[in-house]
Design a protein around this ligand. Structure first.
Ligand code: AMP
Ligand code: ZN
Length: 465
């Protein structure tokens, strides 16, 4: 087994990854808050986490992957103020909070499937683990880490030593600036809600009985309750975007370690932001965000182009999104698909094996903190090398276990004239966008050029007629 090095936000350094158990890695990735579509910035983070998982699998680990669905308790304000995002979504769309959650959960699952992101082993909704969250809060109360205010039960961060071990923040200089809403009843600025009471004059759609009164859990407690429920003591890697470091993950560590007296996760990994021109972060709250639908599918661009685009930038560096960067990725993916198609044709009927030399180089890159830009360079080096065509085919198919670009589909298509290939690519994108009318129209156009289109369970087949 080769060593894997991962950047751990706790130590702020690349460390050799050593799982708690020998063969199985416990992985927890913070999931979506389902009050709106995921934007392509969120999806960048899920692509990074998918590569991490695939790298662990490629290195022969079993992975037990848990992802939560935040369907309650995430407030619009940074520090437990503001409205519940789900209730807000409900008002916006005139549906119940439960319908909103269901709709956007399905939309999210659809998005990640189109990006070839492997599903977690277990999906968990916050609303399905309320009892576990209440139990955890009770433990914290028994251990005297909590206090009550007029609007909820809070965690006293001053009682937890080393509260800033992940964020490395200087609390004294953390001023209550304009961005941070004030709550005069909180003992410390960084204290956070474990349980919030339903307002006396409003009946919430999502609320539960608890030992402290009717209300709903704070956002952070769900991830602690779920990860410990499903991963037990085997808490290897916890991921999310960099925005989670200062508050969400810092609070998860504080409440979990306060409750158990044990170290929570060993390794914390964070993906950098997707930014748009001018360096602005893409955010749901900005209402200026791009979804997979309007950034790619509507333009008949294969969603895997975005996956390929994400590989061009290391996950710890900000990635800039623009029409030009998508176009460049589109050309890059087309080029790779053409290379694979050519190798498949020239090597047809020959048996090849995975090149050990190139596999080693490839692993060295992916095991070096998921260095995808350099792994892609190895892919090109291999495809341009003088190893046999059949070996190239076997090797690229092996690499696709990491890339997840469905390169096996490419080889199923015959070499087609450029104009036909373009229609086929457009039709694939139309089908991904569920634009059946466009798909039919493109099928007719392909047939007009003398080719028959068959949709099989293995994908689209195009045969000269
Ligand atoms: P949310 O649905 O808002 O809870 O976010 C889902 C995931 O996307 C979290 O891991 C966030 O840290 C991450 N995220 C949010 N905005 C961006 C962005 N602009 N680029 C990359 N990741 C992001
Ligand atoms: Zn979380």
């Amino acid at each position: 087994m080769m060593k894997i090095y991962l950047y751990n936000s706790l130590s702020r350094s690349k460390e050799e990854f050593v799982p708690i158990q020998k063969e199985t890695v416990g992985l927890y990735t913070c999931g979506p808050t389902v009050y709106n579509f995921a934007h392509i910035g969120n999806l960048r983070t899920y692509i990074f986490e998918d590569i991490l998982k695939r790298v662990l699998l490629y290195n022969s680990y079993r992975v037990k992957h848990i992802m939560n669905i935040t369907d309650v308790g995430h407030l619009t304000g940074d520090r437990d103020m503001g409205e519940d995002k789900m209730e807000k979504g409900s008002q916006r769309e005139g549906k119940t909070a439960w319908e909103i959650a269901e709709y956007y959960t399905q939309a999210f699952k659809n998005d990640i499937a189109q990006l070839n992101i492997l599903e977690p082993d277990i999906w968990v909704k916050a609303t399905d683990t309320i009892d576990d969250q209440i139990a955890l809060i009770k433990t914290l109360q028994e251990k005297d880490y909590t206090y009550q205010t007029s609007d909820g039960i809070y965690f006293d961060t001053a009682k937890f030593e080393d509260y800033t071990k992940l964020s490395h923040q200087d609390i004294d200089s953390l001023q209550e600036g304009a961005r941070v809403e004030k709550n005069p009843e909180k003992r410390n600025l960084t204290d956070f809600a474990l349980w919030k009471f339903s307002p006396a004059d409003v009946r919430r759609q999502m609320e539960w009985e608890s030992p402290w009164g009717v209300g709903f859990p704070g956002w952070h407690i769900e991830c602690s309750a779920m990860s410990m429920k499903y991963l037990g003591d085997q808490l290897d890697i916890h991921c999310g975007g960099t925005d989670h470091i200062d508050v969400h993950h810092t609070n998860e560590i504080a409440q979990s370690e306060a409750a158990t007296g044990k170290k929570f996760f060993n390794c914390w990994m964070h993906g950098a932001f997707l930014i748009i021109a001018g360096g602005k972060k893409m955010a749901k709250s900005e209402d200026n965000f791009l979804t997979l639908e309007n950034a790619l599918l509507k333009k008949k661009i294969n969603p895997l182009v975005y996956r390929f685009a994400a590989f061009q930038t290391h996950y710890r560096k900000p990635m800039e999104y623009s029409d030009e960067s998508v176009q460049a990725a589109r050309n890059g993916l087309l080029h790779l698909q053409n290379q694979v198609r050519e190798v498949a044709q020239n090597g047809a009927g020959q048996s090849g094996s995975v090149s050990e030399a190139y596999k080693l180089k490839f692993i060295e890159m992916i095991n070096d903190d998921l260095n995808m830009p350099r792994a892609l360079a190895v892919v090109q080096e291999m495809l341009k090398s003088d190893i046999s065509t059949a070996d190239k085919l076997a090797t690229i198919m092996d690499f696709d276990r990491i890339l997840g670009l469905s390169l096996d589909q490419v080889t199923k298509l015959e070499a087609l004239p450029q104009e036909v290939q373009k229609l086929v690519d457009d039709r694939q994108a139309a089908r991904a966008a569920k634009d059946w009318a466009m798909s039919d129209q493109l099928r007719d156009a392909i047939q007009d050029l003398g080719y028959t289109v068959q949709d099989t369970k293995d994908g689209m087949k195009v045969i000269k007629t």
